[in-house]
Design a protein around this ligand. Structure first.
Ligand SMILES: Cc1cc2nc3c(=O)[nH]c(=O)nc-3n(C[C@H](O)[C@H](O)[C@H](O)COP(=O)(O)OP(=O)(O)OC[C@H]3O[C@@H](n4cnc5c(N)ncnc54)[C@H](O)[C@@H]3O)c2cc1C
Length: 372
């Protein structure tokens, strides 16, 4: 392990990985501290959907910017790491599962229609059936959005770290236990008895970001939100769309991924702490939601059920920027259900701040300061 790095990034999820890659690409020496293994939490078990059109909130423009950055990012990371990220461009269909949803989805169509890089169309029930006869015949229409991206989020995280390593970054296996300061300037990170000296520290601890409150004297209001996904045997012939709908009161995606399996995603459960035990309740709920959209799923055996945690803030927006009151400390977390999508733009914004003190990416609304 190096005794000094320009920057220490704490957390080897997709956010820490992307920041490390960007910094290493720009010539900084970087150490990533990861206490488990790379991508072993949400970043390794996410659905892997990149769809910037599905969120109309403050983060919308960063979602779109990051999506555009992904095109080049994915190609480079794949080439530099040799890892197949299993990137597939595919159409997305947002299903109206009841007549009541039609007006809302028509409004969505008008909103999405403003994004010139996404072609979107209203589909009548019979048009959806023609495109995919295995969709339930109890639907009221849907919005087709062309060219969203599905990928394997574990392979992406691994590839990003390997590409960072090929540019000189180092991975240190262990638990970060504190930040060392001279006055208010960060000069190192503690890992139990050992320490790594550095000029800047990036906190990318995902759902565990609250731990870092003690290191920076400010509350980092992140809580874990449990999310489960069920993977079942794939369809033959394979599904060619990412289907999404609100069914039985909850959001549900059904998609056949490059691994051949059909993924039914995802639950969102608050108040379960750091528990990542797959539950029979989630299995039942996801199966029922999936079958409402695609009845044939009833005959598909379950292959795998996973559970992991989204890092969420009280206002649902991420935290990206410097830590107030400390020099040389930066934080990137709270990405909720869109961290895989946001990774490239967050990587660039934080790397800009660390290396130049400024960034042209509009992150002022996402500062930690807003919770003070
Ligand atoms: C079910 C589900 C589906 C999702 N689907 C999508 C999707 O389709 N598209 C999308 O864009 N996003 C999706 N997300 C969201 C996305 O997975 C997260 O926003 C993202 O992975 C968060 O990345 P992270 O690096 O912040 O956190 P994590 O992946 O949790 O990584 C944080 C890392 O920090 C390490 N760590 C913590 N504390 C310490 C310490 N003290 N010392 C050293 N290491 C430490 C942990 O071990 C961990 O590896 C999904 C999330 C869930 C739960």
């Amino acid at each position: 392990m190096r005794s000094h790095s320009d920057v220490v990034v704490i957390g080897g999820g997709v956010i820490g990985a992307s920041i490390a890659y960007r910094l290493a690409s720009e010539g900084s020496s970087v150490t990533v501290i990861e206490r488990d293994s790379i991508g072993s939490h949400a970043s390794g078990f996410a659905l892997g959907l990149l769809n910037p059109t599905n969120e109309a909130s403050k983060i919308e423009s960063l979602n779109h910017k990051s999506f555009r950055m992904h095109e080049d990012f994915l190609e480079r990371i794949q080439e530099e790491s040799g890892v197949d990220i299993q990137v597939r461009k595919m159409p997305h269909i947002e299903l109206a599962l009841s007549e009541d949803e039609v007006a809302d989805l028509e409004a969505e169509l008008a909103r999405i229609g403003k994004f010139s890089n996404f072609k979107s169309t209203w589909l009548q029930p019979d048009e959806i059936q023609k495109l995919e006869p295995r969709v339930s015949n109890e639907i009221s229409g849907g919005v087709l959005v062309e060219d969203i991206i599905m990928l394997d989020s574990y392979n992406l995280t691994l590839a990003t770290v390997l590409a960072a390593e090929s540019r000189g970054a180092e991975i240190a296996q262990g638990t970060a236990t504190g930040v060392i300061y001279e006055k208010d300037r960060a000069v190192g990170v503690m890992m139990g008895q050992s320490r790594i000296a550095c000029d800047a520290v990036v906190l990318a601890l995902g759902p565990w970001s609250g731990t870092s409150s003690l290191w920076i004297d400010i509350d980092v209001p992140i809580v874990p939100q449990k999310g489960e996904i069920v993977r079942v045997e794939g369809f033959d012939p394979p599904l060619g769309f990412h289907f999404h709908g609100i069914t039985l009161g909850s959001s549900c995606s059904v998609v056949q991924k490059a691994d051949g399996m059909t993924w039914i995603a995802a639950t969102s459960e608050d108040g379960t702490g750091f528990d990542t035990t797959p539950s029979s309740r989630a299995l039942e709920s996801l199966s029922a939601r999936g079958m409402r959209m695609m009845p044939e799923l009833e005959s598909h055996d379950v292959v795998l059920q996973t559970a992991c945690m989204r890092p969420v803030t009280p206002d649902g927006e991420p935290i990206i920027g410097r830590v107030p009151g400390k020099r040389g400390v930066f934080i990137a977390t709270g990405t909720g259900g869109t961290g895989v999508l946001l990774a490239p733009v967050i990587g660039r914004a934080i790397a800009d701040l660390v290396t130049t003190g400024d960034t042209d990416i509009e992150i002022s609304e996402f500062s930690l300061e807003r919770f003070r």
